[in-house]
Design a protein around this ligand. Structure first.
Ligand code: HEM
Length: 509
Protein backbone atom coordinates (compact mmCIF):
# COMPACT_ATOMS: atom_id res chain seq x y z
CA UNK A 1 0.00 0.00 0.00
CA UNK A 2 1.43 3.39 -0.97
CA UNK A 3 1.75 6.38 1.37
CA UNK A 4 -0.80 8.19 -0.75
CA UNK A 5 -3.36 5.40 -0.18
CA UNK A 6 -2.66 5.28 3.59
CA UNK A 7 -3.24 9.04 3.87
CA UNK A 8 -6.39 8.78 1.79
CA UNK A 9 -7.73 6.06 4.12
CA UNK A 10 -7.24 8.45 7.05
CA UNK A 11 -8.97 11.20 5.13
CA UNK A 12 -5.72 13.17 4.73
CA UNK A 13 -3.72 14.50 1.79
CA UNK A 14 0.02 14.89 1.22
CA UNK A 15 -0.28 18.49 2.32
CA UNK A 16 -1.11 17.19 5.81
CA UNK A 17 2.13 15.18 5.98
CA UNK A 18 4.28 17.76 7.90
CA UNK A 19 1.53 18.11 10.55
CA UNK A 20 1.21 14.33 10.85
CA UNK A 21 5.02 13.95 11.25
CA UNK A 22 5.13 16.73 13.83
CA UNK A 23 2.33 15.12 15.85
CA UNK A 24 4.11 11.74 15.82
CA UNK A 25 7.36 13.38 16.98
CA UNK A 26 5.52 15.29 19.73
CA UNK A 27 3.71 12.18 20.97
CA UNK A 28 7.01 10.27 21.03
CA UNK A 29 8.75 13.15 22.88
CA UNK A 30 5.89 13.22 25.40
CA UNK A 31 6.20 9.48 25.99
CA UNK A 32 9.97 9.86 26.49
CA UNK A 33 9.45 12.83 28.83
CA UNK A 34 6.79 10.95 30.83
CA UNK A 35 9.11 8.01 31.27
CA UNK A 36 11.91 10.18 32.73
CA UNK A 37 11.50 11.15 36.38
CA UNK A 38 14.34 13.41 37.58
CA UNK A 39 15.67 12.65 41.05
CA UNK A 40 16.34 15.23 43.77
CA UNK A 41 18.85 13.96 46.36
CA UNK A 42 18.18 14.48 50.08
CA UNK A 43 19.45 17.73 51.61
CA UNK A 44 22.95 17.82 53.16
CA UNK A 45 24.09 14.73 51.31
CA UNK A 46 27.22 15.23 49.16
CA UNK A 47 26.49 14.69 45.52
CA UNK A 48 28.49 13.71 42.43
CA UNK A 49 28.54 16.45 39.73
CA UNK A 50 25.10 16.46 38.12
CA UNK A 51 23.06 18.21 35.44
CA UNK A 52 19.37 19.16 35.41
CA UNK A 53 16.97 16.32 34.50
CA UNK A 54 19.61 13.75 33.54
CA UNK A 55 21.44 14.02 36.88
CA UNK A 56 24.77 12.22 36.68
CA UNK A 57 23.66 9.81 33.96
CA UNK A 58 26.34 11.25 31.67
CA UNK A 59 29.04 10.44 34.27
CA UNK A 60 27.69 6.94 34.83
CA UNK A 61 27.67 6.45 31.07
CA UNK A 62 31.25 7.70 30.66
CA UNK A 63 32.50 5.62 33.58
CA UNK A 64 30.42 2.54 32.86
CA UNK A 65 33.40 0.36 31.83
CA UNK A 66 34.91 0.86 35.30
CA UNK A 67 31.78 1.57 37.35
CA UNK A 68 32.97 -0.26 40.51
CA UNK A 69 36.11 1.94 40.53
CA UNK A 70 33.97 5.03 39.92
CA UNK A 71 32.07 4.14 43.11
CA UNK A 72 35.32 3.37 44.94
CA UNK A 73 36.54 6.87 44.02
CA UNK A 74 33.46 8.58 45.48
CA UNK A 75 33.41 6.33 48.56
CA UNK A 76 37.01 7.50 49.21
CA UNK A 77 36.21 11.14 48.41
CA UNK A 78 33.13 11.39 50.64
CA UNK A 79 34.50 9.20 53.43
CA UNK A 80 32.39 6.87 55.56
CA UNK A 81 29.11 8.48 54.69
CA UNK A 82 26.32 8.27 52.16
CA UNK A 83 26.51 10.25 48.93
CA UNK A 84 24.07 10.84 46.14
CA UNK A 85 24.31 9.92 42.47
CA UNK A 86 21.12 11.27 40.88
CA UNK A 87 19.92 9.06 38.05
CA UNK A 88 16.49 9.69 36.50
CA UNK A 89 13.84 7.13 37.49
CA UNK A 90 16.22 5.40 39.90
CA UNK A 91 17.62 7.99 42.30
CA UNK A 92 20.62 6.32 43.95
CA UNK A 93 22.25 6.87 47.25
CA UNK A 94 25.72 5.43 47.18
CA UNK A 95 26.83 4.08 50.51
CA UNK A 96 29.37 1.82 52.09
CA UNK A 97 27.05 1.73 55.08
CA UNK A 98 24.43 -0.91 55.50
CA UNK A 99 21.19 -0.17 57.27
CA UNK A 100 17.94 -1.98 57.86
CA UNK A 101 16.54 -0.49 54.71
CA UNK A 102 18.80 -2.66 52.61
CA UNK A 103 17.67 -5.83 54.31
CA UNK A 104 14.20 -6.26 52.99
CA UNK A 105 12.05 -4.82 50.26
CA UNK A 106 11.77 -4.65 46.55
CA UNK A 107 14.88 -5.37 44.56
CA UNK A 108 15.42 -3.12 41.60
CA UNK A 109 15.41 -6.03 39.19
CA UNK A 110 12.63 -4.87 36.93
CA UNK A 111 15.10 -4.52 34.09
CA UNK A 112 15.68 -8.27 34.31
CA UNK A 113 12.01 -9.07 34.79
CA UNK A 114 11.29 -11.30 31.84
CA UNK A 115 14.57 -13.13 32.43
CA UNK A 116 14.06 -13.71 36.15
CA UNK A 117 10.32 -14.30 35.96
CA UNK A 118 8.47 -14.54 39.24
CA UNK A 119 11.37 -15.92 41.26
CA UNK A 120 13.21 -15.13 44.45
CA UNK A 121 15.12 -12.15 43.00
CA UNK A 122 12.08 -10.23 41.82
CA UNK A 123 9.81 -11.16 44.70
CA UNK A 124 9.19 -8.97 47.72
CA UNK A 125 7.27 -9.10 50.97
CA UNK A 126 5.23 -12.28 51.65
CA UNK A 127 5.92 -13.63 48.15
CA UNK A 128 9.71 -13.32 48.72
CA UNK A 129 9.38 -15.01 52.14
CA UNK A 130 7.61 -17.90 50.46
CA UNK A 131 10.27 -18.16 47.73
CA UNK A 132 13.08 -17.93 50.27
CA UNK A 133 11.57 -20.76 52.31
CA UNK A 134 11.11 -22.95 49.23
CA UNK A 135 14.59 -22.12 47.89
CA UNK A 136 16.22 -22.81 51.28
CA UNK A 137 15.22 -26.45 50.90
CA UNK A 138 17.53 -26.63 47.89
CA UNK A 139 20.54 -26.13 50.08
CA UNK A 140 20.05 -29.07 52.36
CA UNK A 141 23.09 -31.25 53.16
CA UNK A 142 21.76 -33.85 50.68
CA UNK A 143 21.63 -31.34 47.88
CA UNK A 144 25.13 -30.17 48.71
CA UNK A 145 26.34 -33.76 48.47
CA UNK A 146 24.58 -34.13 45.14
CA UNK A 147 26.11 -30.79 44.09
CA UNK A 148 29.55 -32.17 44.92
CA UNK A 149 28.97 -35.26 42.77
CA UNK A 150 27.65 -33.20 39.84
CA UNK A 151 30.43 -30.63 40.05
CA UNK A 152 33.06 -33.37 40.27
CA UNK A 153 31.70 -34.98 37.10
CA UNK A 154 32.00 -31.68 35.25
CA UNK A 155 35.45 -30.81 36.61
CA UNK A 156 36.62 -34.24 35.43
CA UNK A 157 35.48 -33.25 31.93
CA UNK A 158 37.42 -30.01 32.27
CA UNK A 159 40.54 -32.01 33.23
CA UNK A 160 39.89 -34.20 30.16
CA UNK A 161 39.63 -31.12 27.93
CA UNK A 162 42.79 -29.54 29.39
CA UNK A 163 44.62 -32.85 29.00
CA UNK A 164 43.75 -32.85 25.29
CA UNK A 165 44.87 -29.26 24.84
CA UNK A 166 48.14 -29.68 26.69
CA UNK A 167 49.08 -32.70 24.60
CA UNK A 168 48.88 -30.54 21.47
CA UNK A 169 51.36 -27.79 20.56
CA UNK A 170 49.31 -24.85 21.74
CA UNK A 171 48.63 -24.91 25.44
CA UNK A 172 47.27 -21.40 25.77
CA UNK A 173 43.69 -21.65 27.03
CA UNK A 174 41.05 -19.06 27.82
CA UNK A 175 40.34 -20.31 31.32
CA UNK A 176 37.51 -17.86 31.90
CA UNK A 177 35.69 -19.35 28.91
CA UNK A 178 36.34 -22.83 30.35
CA UNK A 179 34.85 -21.81 33.70
CA UNK A 180 31.76 -20.25 32.11
CA UNK A 181 31.23 -23.48 30.14
CA UNK A 182 31.81 -25.66 33.16
CA UNK A 183 29.50 -23.72 35.47
CA UNK A 184 26.59 -23.64 33.03
CA UNK A 185 26.92 -27.41 32.74
CA UNK A 186 27.08 -27.82 36.52
CA UNK A 187 24.02 -25.67 37.14
CA UNK A 188 21.98 -27.12 34.26
CA UNK A 189 22.70 -30.54 35.71
CA UNK A 190 21.87 -29.57 39.31
CA UNK A 191 18.79 -27.56 38.33
CA UNK A 192 17.31 -29.55 35.42
CA UNK A 193 19.19 -32.85 35.48
CA UNK A 194 20.22 -32.11 31.88
CA UNK A 195 23.72 -32.44 30.46
CA UNK A 196 24.57 -29.50 28.16
CA UNK A 197 28.12 -30.79 27.51
CA UNK A 198 29.51 -27.32 26.88
CA UNK A 199 33.01 -28.20 28.11
CA UNK A 200 33.75 -30.81 25.50
CA UNK A 201 31.81 -29.40 22.57
CA UNK A 202 32.94 -26.68 20.18
CA UNK A 203 29.48 -25.25 19.62
CA UNK A 204 27.66 -24.10 22.77
CA UNK A 205 24.11 -25.32 23.49
CA UNK A 206 21.36 -22.87 22.28
CA UNK A 207 20.17 -22.53 25.88
CA UNK A 208 23.68 -21.41 26.95
CA UNK A 209 23.89 -18.96 24.03
CA UNK A 210 20.50 -17.43 24.89
CA UNK A 211 21.35 -17.35 28.59
CA UNK A 212 24.54 -15.34 27.94
CA UNK A 213 22.96 -13.06 25.36
CA UNK A 214 19.92 -12.12 27.45
CA UNK A 215 22.07 -11.40 30.50
CA UNK A 216 24.45 -9.18 28.55
CA UNK A 217 21.75 -7.28 26.70
CA UNK A 218 19.49 -6.77 29.72
CA UNK A 219 22.27 -4.92 31.53
CA UNK A 220 22.23 -2.17 28.93
CA UNK A 221 18.80 -1.20 30.25
CA UNK A 222 20.34 0.11 33.47
CA UNK A 223 21.87 3.03 31.57
CA UNK A 224 18.82 3.75 29.48
CA UNK A 225 16.01 5.77 31.08
CA UNK A 226 13.60 4.93 28.25
CA UNK A 227 14.25 1.21 27.99
CA UNK A 228 10.67 0.35 29.01
CA UNK A 229 9.36 2.31 26.06
CA UNK A 230 11.80 0.57 23.74
CA UNK A 231 10.80 -2.82 25.14
CA UNK A 232 7.07 -2.19 24.99
CA UNK A 233 7.27 -1.03 21.37
CA UNK A 234 10.08 -3.49 20.50
CA UNK A 235 11.96 -0.53 19.00
CA UNK A 236 15.55 -1.77 19.13
CA UNK A 237 17.51 -4.80 18.03
CA UNK A 238 18.60 -5.16 21.65
CA UNK A 239 15.00 -5.50 22.88
CA UNK A 240 14.06 -7.88 20.08
CA UNK A 241 17.05 -10.13 20.86
CA UNK A 242 16.15 -10.17 24.57
CA UNK A 243 12.64 -11.31 23.66
CA UNK A 244 13.89 -14.08 21.37
CA UNK A 245 16.53 -15.22 23.89
CA UNK A 246 13.97 -15.40 26.71
CA UNK A 247 11.69 -17.44 24.47
CA UNK A 248 14.50 -19.93 23.73
CA UNK A 249 15.28 -20.34 27.43
CA UNK A 250 11.67 -20.67 28.48
CA UNK A 251 10.95 -23.23 25.77
CA UNK A 252 13.97 -25.27 26.84
CA UNK A 253 12.88 -25.14 30.50
CA UNK A 254 9.29 -26.07 29.58
CA UNK A 255 10.42 -29.04 27.47
CA UNK A 256 12.48 -30.34 30.38
CA UNK A 257 9.60 -29.80 32.83
CA UNK A 258 7.16 -31.64 30.57
CA UNK A 259 9.50 -34.58 30.09
CA UNK A 260 10.07 -34.75 33.87
CA UNK A 261 6.33 -34.75 34.47
CA UNK A 262 5.99 -37.62 31.96
CA UNK A 263 8.73 -39.58 33.75
CA UNK A 264 6.98 -38.97 37.07
CA UNK A 265 3.60 -40.14 35.74
CA UNK A 266 5.25 -43.31 34.39
CA UNK A 267 6.52 -43.95 37.93
CA UNK A 268 10.12 -43.77 36.72
CA UNK A 269 12.64 -43.13 39.48
CA UNK A 270 13.34 -39.42 39.50
CA UNK A 271 16.81 -37.90 39.55
CA UNK A 272 18.26 -35.80 42.35
CA UNK A 273 18.02 -32.58 40.29
CA UNK A 274 15.98 -29.64 41.61
CA UNK A 275 13.18 -30.01 39.12
CA UNK A 276 12.58 -33.62 40.04
CA UNK A 277 12.73 -32.81 43.72
CA UNK A 278 10.26 -29.94 43.44
CA UNK A 279 7.86 -31.57 41.04
CA UNK A 280 5.80 -33.21 43.75
CA UNK A 281 6.92 -31.25 46.76
CA UNK A 282 4.00 -29.61 48.48
CA UNK A 283 4.68 -26.03 49.45
CA UNK A 284 4.76 -25.96 53.27
CA UNK A 285 2.99 -22.58 53.30
CA UNK A 286 -0.04 -23.11 51.07
CA UNK A 287 0.13 -26.87 50.46
CA UNK A 288 0.07 -26.62 46.65
CA UNK A 289 2.48 -28.35 44.25
CA UNK A 290 4.28 -25.89 41.93
CA UNK A 291 2.86 -25.28 38.46
CA UNK A 292 5.03 -25.29 35.31
CA UNK A 293 5.72 -21.54 35.36
CA UNK A 294 6.60 -21.55 39.04
CA UNK A 295 8.95 -24.49 38.58
CA UNK A 296 10.56 -22.79 35.59
CA UNK A 297 11.14 -19.59 37.55
CA UNK A 298 12.58 -21.43 40.56
CA UNK A 299 15.20 -23.27 38.53
CA UNK A 300 16.00 -20.31 36.26
CA UNK A 301 16.60 -18.07 39.26
CA UNK A 302 18.83 -20.75 40.70
CA UNK A 303 20.90 -20.89 37.51
CA UNK A 304 21.11 -17.11 37.19
CA UNK A 305 22.21 -16.78 40.81
CA UNK A 306 24.82 -19.47 40.68
CA UNK A 307 26.33 -19.77 37.24
CA UNK A 308 28.10 -16.51 36.35
CA UNK A 309 28.94 -15.61 39.94
CA UNK A 310 30.85 -18.86 40.40
CA UNK A 311 32.54 -18.69 36.98
CA UNK A 312 33.84 -15.17 37.71
CA UNK A 313 35.07 -16.21 41.15
CA UNK A 314 36.97 -19.16 39.66
CA UNK A 315 38.61 -16.99 36.99
CA UNK A 316 39.82 -14.42 39.52
CA UNK A 317 41.07 -17.19 41.79
CA UNK A 318 43.28 -18.68 39.08
CA UNK A 319 44.50 -15.18 38.24
CA UNK A 320 45.41 -14.33 41.86
CA UNK A 321 47.10 -17.69 42.40
CA UNK A 322 49.19 -17.22 39.25
CA UNK A 323 50.24 -13.81 40.59
CA UNK A 324 50.96 -15.21 44.07
CA UNK A 325 52.86 -18.49 43.47
CA UNK A 326 53.85 -18.91 47.16
CA UNK A 327 50.14 -18.91 48.12
CA UNK A 328 49.42 -21.36 45.27
CA UNK A 329 52.06 -23.76 46.68
CA UNK A 330 50.35 -23.65 50.10
CA UNK A 331 46.97 -24.41 48.52
CA UNK A 332 48.37 -27.41 46.64
CA UNK A 333 50.04 -28.70 49.81
CA UNK A 334 46.72 -28.53 51.66
CA UNK A 335 44.86 -30.30 48.84
CA UNK A 336 47.45 -33.11 48.72
CA UNK A 337 47.22 -33.57 52.48
CA UNK A 338 43.44 -33.36 52.89
CA UNK A 339 42.20 -35.00 49.67
CA UNK A 340 45.02 -37.35 48.68
CA UNK A 341 46.40 -38.44 52.06
CA UNK A 342 49.67 -36.64 51.33
CA UNK A 343 50.31 -38.76 48.21
CA UNK A 344 51.76 -36.43 45.54
CA UNK A 345 51.30 -38.97 42.70
CA UNK A 346 47.63 -39.49 43.69
CA UNK A 347 47.03 -35.75 43.61
CA UNK A 348 48.20 -35.69 39.97
CA UNK A 349 46.62 -38.95 38.87
CA UNK A 350 43.81 -39.10 36.27
CA UNK A 351 42.37 -42.14 37.98
CA UNK A 352 41.11 -41.30 41.41
CA UNK A 353 38.34 -42.25 43.77
CA UNK A 354 35.44 -39.86 44.19
CA UNK A 355 35.93 -40.29 47.94
CA UNK A 356 39.11 -38.22 47.70
CA UNK A 357 37.00 -35.24 46.65
CA UNK A 358 34.07 -35.90 48.96
CA UNK A 359 31.87 -33.20 50.44
CA UNK A 360 33.64 -33.72 53.80
CA UNK A 361 37.19 -33.49 52.39
CA UNK A 362 36.39 -30.36 50.44
CA UNK A 363 34.89 -28.90 53.62
CA UNK A 364 38.24 -29.44 55.37
CA UNK A 365 40.23 -27.28 52.92
CA UNK A 366 40.63 -24.37 55.33
CA UNK A 367 43.43 -22.43 53.64
CA UNK A 368 41.86 -22.91 50.20
CA UNK A 369 38.61 -21.57 51.66
CA UNK A 370 40.45 -18.47 52.94
CA UNK A 371 41.96 -17.98 49.46
CA UNK A 372 38.49 -18.05 47.88
CA UNK A 373 37.22 -15.54 50.46
CA UNK A 374 40.15 -13.23 49.78
CA UNK A 375 39.50 -13.45 46.04
CA UNK A 376 35.84 -12.60 46.62
CA UNK A 377 36.75 -9.66 48.86
CA UNK A 378 38.87 -8.05 46.14
CA UNK A 379 36.87 -9.29 43.14
CA UNK A 380 33.29 -9.75 44.37
CA UNK A 381 31.18 -11.51 41.74
CA UNK A 382 28.38 -8.96 42.26
CA UNK A 383 30.45 -5.74 42.38
CA UNK A 384 27.55 -3.30 42.73
CA UNK A 385 24.09 -3.95 44.13
CA UNK A 386 21.01 -1.78 44.44
CA UNK A 387 18.25 -1.97 47.02
CA UNK A 388 14.96 -0.16 47.19
CA UNK A 389 13.59 1.49 50.35
CA UNK A 390 10.15 0.11 51.16
CA UNK A 391 9.80 2.54 54.06
CA UNK A 392 11.49 5.65 55.41
CA UNK A 393 14.75 4.78 57.11
CA UNK A 394 18.00 6.27 58.37
CA UNK A 395 21.48 5.06 57.45
CA UNK A 396 23.99 4.55 60.29
CA UNK A 397 25.59 7.94 59.46
CA UNK A 398 22.27 9.69 60.05
CA UNK A 399 21.34 10.11 56.36
CA UNK A 400 17.58 9.99 55.94
CA UNK A 401 16.46 7.57 53.23
CA UNK A 402 12.94 8.40 52.06
CA UNK A 403 10.62 5.56 51.10
CA UNK A 404 11.00 4.79 47.42
CA UNK A 405 14.66 5.76 46.98
CA UNK A 406 17.30 3.34 45.81
CA UNK A 407 20.36 2.67 47.88
CA UNK A 408 23.45 1.45 46.12
CA UNK A 409 26.21 -0.41 47.88
CA UNK A 410 29.32 -1.79 46.29
CA UNK A 411 31.00 -4.91 47.69
CA UNK A 412 33.88 -4.03 45.34
CA UNK A 413 34.39 -0.57 46.87
CA UNK A 414 33.81 -1.87 50.40
CA UNK A 415 36.24 -4.77 49.87
CA UNK A 416 39.03 -2.33 49.00
CA UNK A 417 38.19 0.27 51.64
CA UNK A 418 41.15 0.82 54.01
CA UNK A 419 38.85 2.06 56.76
CA UNK A 420 37.12 -1.31 56.70
CA UNK A 421 40.03 -3.71 55.97
CA UNK A 422 43.07 -1.82 57.23
CA UNK A 423 46.09 -0.29 55.52
CA UNK A 424 46.80 -3.50 53.53
CA UNK A 425 43.25 -3.57 52.10
CA UNK A 426 44.51 -3.84 48.50
CA UNK A 427 46.97 -6.68 49.30
CA UNK A 428 46.04 -10.28 48.54
CA UNK A 429 46.35 -11.88 51.96
CA UNK A 430 44.16 -14.97 52.65
CA UNK A 431 45.54 -15.15 56.23
CA UNK A 432 43.24 -12.29 57.18
CA UNK A 433 40.44 -14.87 57.22
CA UNK A 434 42.27 -17.42 59.41
CA UNK A 435 42.50 -17.41 63.19
CA UNK A 436 44.04 -20.27 65.21
CA UNK A 437 44.07 -22.48 62.12
CA UNK A 438 40.32 -22.01 61.54
CA UNK A 439 38.28 -19.77 59.27
CA UNK A 440 37.28 -16.62 61.04
CA UNK A 441 34.02 -15.55 59.39
CA UNK A 442 33.82 -11.75 59.10
CA UNK A 443 30.55 -9.95 59.77
CA UNK A 444 28.19 -9.97 56.74
CA UNK A 445 28.11 -6.19 57.03
CA UNK A 446 31.88 -5.98 56.57
CA UNK A 447 32.31 -8.71 53.95
CA UNK A 448 29.33 -7.86 51.76
CA UNK A 449 30.19 -10.05 48.76
CA UNK A 450 27.23 -12.32 49.52
CA UNK A 451 24.93 -9.43 50.53
CA UNK A 452 23.83 -9.20 54.18
CA UNK A 453 20.79 -9.58 56.36
CA UNK A 454 17.55 -11.24 55.32
CA UNK A 455 18.52 -11.45 51.67
CA UNK A 456 21.93 -12.98 52.27
CA UNK A 457 22.97 -15.20 49.36
CA UNK A 458 21.53 -18.66 49.85
CA UNK A 459 24.11 -20.30 47.60
CA UNK A 460 27.30 -19.27 49.41
CA UNK A 461 28.07 -22.81 50.68
CA UNK A 462 27.47 -24.26 47.21
CA UNK A 463 29.62 -21.59 45.54
CA UNK A 464 32.47 -22.10 48.02
CA UNK A 465 32.22 -25.85 47.56
CA UNK A 466 32.41 -25.62 43.77
CA UNK A 467 35.36 -23.22 43.87
CA UNK A 468 37.36 -25.42 46.28
CA UNK A 469 36.51 -28.64 44.47
CA UNK A 470 37.64 -27.16 41.13
CA UNK A 471 40.91 -25.96 42.64
CA UNK A 472 41.46 -29.35 44.29
CA UNK A 473 41.13 -31.08 40.92
CA UNK A 474 43.01 -28.59 38.75
CA UNK A 475 45.92 -27.14 40.72
CA UNK A 476 47.84 -30.35 41.53
CA UNK A 477 47.38 -31.57 37.93
CA UNK A 478 48.20 -28.45 35.93
CA UNK A 479 50.47 -25.45 36.24
CA UNK A 480 48.78 -22.21 35.21
CA UNK A 481 50.54 -18.98 34.29
CA UNK A 482 49.10 -15.83 32.76
CA UNK A 483 49.75 -15.77 29.01
CA UNK A 484 48.45 -12.32 28.14
CA UNK A 485 49.54 -9.06 29.68
CA UNK A 486 46.57 -8.99 32.04
CA UNK A 487 46.28 -5.97 34.30
CA UNK A 488 43.37 -7.35 36.31
CA UNK A 489 40.80 -5.44 34.24
CA UNK A 490 37.12 -6.35 34.28
CA UNK A 491 33.98 -5.91 32.27
CA UNK A 492 31.30 -3.80 33.92
CA UNK A 493 28.27 -6.08 33.95
CA UNK A 494 25.95 -7.35 36.64
CA UNK A 495 28.78 -9.69 37.54
CA UNK A 496 32.53 -9.15 37.28
CA UNK A 497 34.05 -11.08 34.38
CA UNK A 498 37.72 -10.49 33.63
CA UNK A 499 38.61 -8.32 30.66
CA UNK A 500 40.33 -9.18 28.42
CA UNK A 501 39.83 -12.92 28.61
CA UNK A 502 42.05 -14.94 30.95
CA UNK A 503 44.51 -16.52 28.53
CA UNK A 504 46.69 -18.98 30.46
CA UNK A 505 49.61 -21.24 29.66
CA UNK A 506 48.52 -24.62 30.90
CA UNK A 507 51.18 -27.26 31.53
CA UNK A 508 50.64 -30.77 32.90
CA UNK A 509 52.44 -31.30 36.23
C1 HEM B 1 30.72 -16.56 44.32
C2 HEM B 1 29.47 -16.81 44.13
C3 HEM B 1 28.29 -15.98 44.56
C4 HEM B 1 28.22 -14.68 44.96
C5 HEM B 1 29.36 -13.69 45.12
C6 HEM B 1 26.83 -14.39 45.25
C7 HEM B 1 26.34 -13.16 45.67
C8 HEM B 1 25.02 -12.88 45.90
C9 HEM B 1 24.50 -11.57 46.20
C10 HEM B 1 25.31 -10.29 46.28
C11 HEM B 1 23.16 -11.69 46.38
C12 HEM B 1 22.17 -10.57 46.68
C13 HEM B 1 21.48 -10.16 45.41
C14 HEM B 1 20.40 -9.15 45.68
O1 HEM B 1 19.42 -9.45 46.34
O2 HEM B 1 20.54 -8.03 45.26
C15 HEM B 1 22.83 -13.09 46.20
C16 HEM B 1 21.57 -13.60 46.34
C17 HEM B 1 21.26 -14.92 46.10
N1 HEM B 1 22.13 -15.92 45.74
FE1 HEM B 1 24.12 -15.74 45.49
N2 HEM B 1 26.09 -15.51 45.02
C18 HEM B 1 26.94 -16.51 44.61
C19 HEM B 1 26.59 -17.79 44.26
C20 HEM B 1 25.36 -18.33 44.40
C21 HEM B 1 25.03 -19.70 44.09
C22 HEM B 1 26.00 -20.77 43.62
C23 HEM B 1 23.70 -19.83 44.31
C24 HEM B 1 22.90 -21.06 44.15
C25 HEM B 1 22.26 -21.34 43.17
C26 HEM B 1 23.19 -18.55 44.79
C27 HEM B 1 21.90 -18.29 45.16
C28 HEM B 1 21.41 -17.07 45.57
C29 HEM B 1 20.01 -16.81 45.86
C30 HEM B 1 18.88 -17.83 45.79
C31 HEM B 1 19.92 -15.46 46.21
C32 HEM B 1 18.65 -14.67 46.55
C33 HEM B 1 18.50 -14.52 48.04
C34 HEM B 1 17.28 -13.69 48.40
O3 HEM B 1 16.92 -12.74 47.72
O4 HEM B 1 16.66 -14.03 49.42
N3 HEM B 1 24.24 -17.67 44.81
N4 HEM B 1 23.99 -13.78 45.91
Amino acid sequence: MSLHEVLAMAGLTEADLPRVCLSVVLIFALLVWKSIKPYRPPKNVPCVPSKPIIGCLHLIDENWPTLPDFILKYDAQFGQRAWAAPVPNVGLLGSCLFSLVTEEGKNVREALGEFLGDGIFTADGPSWKHHRKVASQMFSRNLMRNGTVVALRQVKLLVERLDKVTSSKSSVVDMQDMFFRMTIDVFASIAFGVELNSILSDKPHPFAVAFDEVQNLSQKRFRDPIWRLKRNLQLTDNERKIKTGCKTMKEFAMDVIKSKRREASNNASMGPDLLSRFLDTKNPIDGHTPGDNELRDIVMNFMIAGRDTTACALSWTLYELAKNPDICVKVIEEIKKVCNGGDAAASRSRTFSDAEYSYENIGNLTYTHAVAMEVLRLHPSVPVDIKFAVKNDTLPDGTFVPKGSSVLYSPYAMGRNEKIWGADAKKFNPDRFIEDGKISEPSQYKFTTFNAGYRLCLGKPLAMLEIKLTLAMLLPRFKFSIANDHKGGYQSTLVLPMSPELMMNVIKR
